[in-house]
Design a binder for this molecule. Structure first.
Ligand code: FES
Length: 249
């Protein structure tokens, strides 16, 4: 006589339940409200992700896990995508759950080659001794684009050229943390001084493409030293451009 066995399949069906929300952590409504306030009317396009991360970092001094999840939802991006971008860039401080946020002031000492050769290690060691603590942290950073003034450091967003322990400590004590715009030539002044003259002549038809190309080759020959080999190279390039047989060596 066959025996009947009862099997409980309720737990199996539970595993097949469809996900009711997006993948990843649940979004905290307060974090979402923060993000919406910071982004305002700005478009939520994916190419603006870094800009939006900057807004959060600037406002809070770091990027919390809750804010990253909220930003992902607001921009309709995967949480992993937002996290990967945020952790790729050195100037973003991602703070996971349970981690302490960074101190209010961060001093970055460039540790790339030019600054290394100009004493960045000693500078960082000195600053770590005098400044590192509850209100300030001293960390290394990749090149900050001030190599001609090595060693370079940044207090917050304030760049310090030819940095010494004294200069950096003074900036920290005075709370000079904002970037100072450098003197630069704007587009109007550059054009007024003759900038882009050749481009304008080409686009207006005053110069032909051949004319511009020949001038470019002349300049290339000069840049290559103007010797016989440079001239020969330029003549060969020119012949190829014009589909002519190459000149005799
Ligand atoms: S190597 Fe230090 S600023 Fe470039």
């Amino acid at each position: 006589m066959s025996e009947t066995v009862a099997v409980d399949i309720s737990r199996l069906s539970g595993r097949r339940k469809l996900r009711s929300g997006p993948k990843g952590r649940a979004v905290d409504p307060r974090a979402l409200a923060d993000v919406r306030a910071l982004l305002g009317d700005a478009p939520r396009r994916r190419d603006l992700l870094i800009e939006h991360l900057h807004r959060i970092q600037d406002a809070h001094g770091h990027l919390s896990a809750a804010h990253l999840a909220a930003l992902a939802q607001e921009m309709r991006l995967a949480q992993t995508e937002v996290y990967e971008v945020a952790t790729f860039y050195h100037h973003f401080d991602v703070v996971k759950e349970g981690e302490a946020p960074p101190p209010p002031i961060t001093v970055r000492v460039c540790e790339t080659l030019s600054c290394q050769m100009a004493g960045a290690d000693a500078l960082r060691a000195s600053l770590t001794t005098t400044l590192d603590g509850r209100d300030v942290r001293v960390i290394g950073a990749p090149c900050i684009g001030r190599c001609e003034h090595a060693p370079a450091a940044v207090v917050g967003r304030h760049t310090i050229d030819d940095a010494t322990p004294q200069k950096v400590e003074d900036a920290v004590r005075a709370r000079r943390t904002e970037a100072v715009a450098l003197a630069y030539t704007d587009l109007a002044a550059y054009r007024a001084a003759g900038g882009y003259r050749t481009l304008a002549a080409c686009t207006s038809g005053e110069r032909t493409v051949d004319h511009a190309f020949a001038r470019g080759l002349q300049l290339l020959a000069v840049a290559l030293g103007g010797g016989a080999l440079a001239v020969l190279f330029v003549r060969r390039v020119s012949a190829r451009w014009k589909n002519e047989p190459p000149p005799a060596s």
